[in-house]
Design a protein around this ligand. Sequence first.
Ligand code: GN1
Ligand code: MG
Length: 360
Amino acid sequence: MKSLNEIIAQFPEVGKVGEIIPLTAGLINQTYKVQTEDPQACDYILQCVNHQVFKDVELLQHNIECVTRHIREKLEKAHETDIDRKVLRFVPTAEGKTYYFDGERYWRVCVFIPESQTLEAVTPESSYLVGVKFGEFEAMLADLPEKLGETIPDFHNMEFRLESFKEAIASNKSGRLEKVQWMVDELLKRSDEMCKAERLYREGKLPKRITHCDTKVNNMLFDENGKVLCVIDLDTTMPGFVLSDFGDFIRTAGNTGKEDDKNLDNVNLNMDIFRSFAKGYIESARSFLLPIEIENLPYGAKLLTYMQTVRFLTDYIDGDCYYKIQYPEHNWQRSQAQFKLLQSIEEHEKEMQNYIQSLI
Ligand code: GN1
Ligand code: MG
């Protein structure tokens, strides 16, 4: 196996390397911060792409190159300043590729955006700004000339997720089914309602657009003054429903507790975050959103929370093959916390709909 220093050496732009620090945030890829010795030079992010999850890394990097190039061009045309902090830049290998295959694993390097930070929680003020930014992100990609592929086929396809769920239940690999049966029943009870988006798509009523598909708070960089800089973690940027982007933000940032909170009393929908995000998002995305998309935004919040509950529980029943876990019952804890959030979102559905109506 090649050492990290040998891997980085494949990306000639990166100068003399100092410390390499593992970062732990993501549940999928392995990420490192690469500090360079020259104090004038920038630092880098090195990532080992999870090839189990992202089967076609070439397609993945093609998507990312198209997206970052297009956004960069838009920022340049708009005479924005400080562009290198507003869009990611991936570093080429000696062969001019944006990834390196070491015979076993895929690696890529992007520039570390200086004086930037991720937040694990937002305030109503910052969630308004993040709403504006994710709306802008989709708006900027609305006229992307290249066609993007699905980096994870059927990633946010609820019908497909339910099929995998049912397969996991049928084979009960971990023997954990009995314990979680009550939640399985609760989830299956809602399955028909939760496939509405796929049905609307087939009927030609709900479009697919380029969406980010992982709009967590920690996939947004902020500057030292709390201003939004740029959207990161572009691995799942692909055709999908805007409901995904809206919903996944509410699912993550609009939770008064943690995604894996051990105390379920902490977990509820934060309506202040919902309102401020919705306001910002609709402001910047209304230029291209159809009425059916706007109307279904609260449904998106419910759908993504439901989908994540199904995904965590599927992984738990399968014996923890997908998500990185920190303790044996982690995926069960996550499932319970997501389910609690789902219930809270269901209780607030009417209130969310009324608010969206008041904005349009
Ligand atoms: C994964 O790796 P991370 O934390 O950015 C997952 C998301 C889930 C999330 C659960 C490719 O994202 O879809 O919502 O965990 N990404 C992939 O928090 O499966
Ligand atoms: Mg991420």
